[in-house]
Design a protein around this ligand. Sequence first.
Ligand code: ADP
Length: 463
Amino acid sequence: MSVRIRITLLFAAIVLAILMLVCGSVYYFSYKNRMNYMKTKLTNWAVTTGSLLSQSGVFGQQMILKIDASTILAMKDKTVQAYDASGQRKYIYNDHPNDSIRFDRHIIDKARTGADFYFTFGNREGIAHYYSDNNFQAVMIAAAFDEEGQKKLQQLKFILWLSFTGGILIALIAGYFFSKRLLVPLRKISDEVNEISVQNIDRRIKAGKSKDEWTYLSATLNGLLNRLQESFNTHRRFISNASHELITPLTSISSQLEISLNKDREAAAYRSVMESIYQDVRRLGRLTQTLLEFARASGNPSGLEIDLVRIDEVVLALPGEISKLNKDFTVVLKFEGLPDEDEKLLVFGNEELLFTAIKNIVLNACKYSEDRIARVNLSFERNMINIFIEDRGKGIPEQELEKIFQPFYRVDESSLNQGFGLGLALAQQIITLHKGQISVKSGPGRGTVFAIVLPLAGSFLQQ
Ligand code: ADP
């Protein structure tokens, strides 16, 4: 069901409930009012006739009949009757002489024993009232047809039905047009969003001036488009940088091969070309490996092998791995406040990726410092694990600090240290994937400290 129809029906349902309440209570109170009015009128009549009968010596039957005939003229088919203790009818007045209605014994008995008894028969209503004074005791029954009152009640019922159905119809029509008006901005926003594609991702939705929900929705969608555009640009930059990094060694290989194939050469010359090509191929291999790791860390974590990883074991494996890569590099480990329980050393994640992330930073610490030493400090703080990687190297200028995590960014392109500028970007990607944080403090000549904060597996289990 469309939202427009839903709003219309909801609107009509609210109006229906209100109308039902209003019309229902108007009818109910009018009905009750008329009935109470009728009861009072009939009781008064019964009491008056009872008191006249009590003084029948003064008034006489004929007089009383005349008085009864001129009572409550507005009502029709009136009758008033008096019954004694044995249920004998002692007096009767009827509007129509042929209307000799007799009341049931149980009505008479009920009035004698209890309060006034109200009843209906045909279109007439009656009251049985026990009249008693020193001279006269009888059950007085007065009944009449309140034609005028009933007619007014019927008219009221008709008017209420008319207003009720009219109200619902108006609510349905008004609701339909009201919802159309209400949803116009939504349709506009949808049309504008439909027109946005990769080709015109810089286009934005026009937000209205009023501070309503539609403006908020437009702003939210524009925010989403900003993030998407940023992500597209990052991807574009990444692909172009990656292609550039891949094409450079490939071009070098191809031109070296082309030159060496031009003519026959000495074995030494071939050897030198092959050595150079070997270096290029190794570089290509390393780059491809890093790109693959990048792709793994950028994807959905559900596709990764996630396990409980002992972080101290990951850190302990660093010195061996780093010296395998370069025997001049040294890693000095320091563990602070190592907890007794093994579970306090566990993080949820992918061991291989976590190792890669920490290794990249440790490798940088060795690469960019003269003493080639990386100092790794592992400490624990409530639900967090802190890993500090410190070096006493040349440091990083302040204005470069936020750029070093961008893929392919290198502070000093001409640096002798080989690299693709992907190590830190990959490390950040991996740490973020593990719900951790990475930060850096550095300054030229002051050395550099990278801090990795990872949540313990226990903190997820507590949630
Ligand atoms: P690279 O492959 O160039 O090392 P990274 O992404 O690992 O790429 O690092 C990006 C840049 O950040 C490096 O080129 C380097 O200039 C700077 N950098 C990273 N770590 C350090 C460090 N410990 N000391 C000084 N500079 C560093």
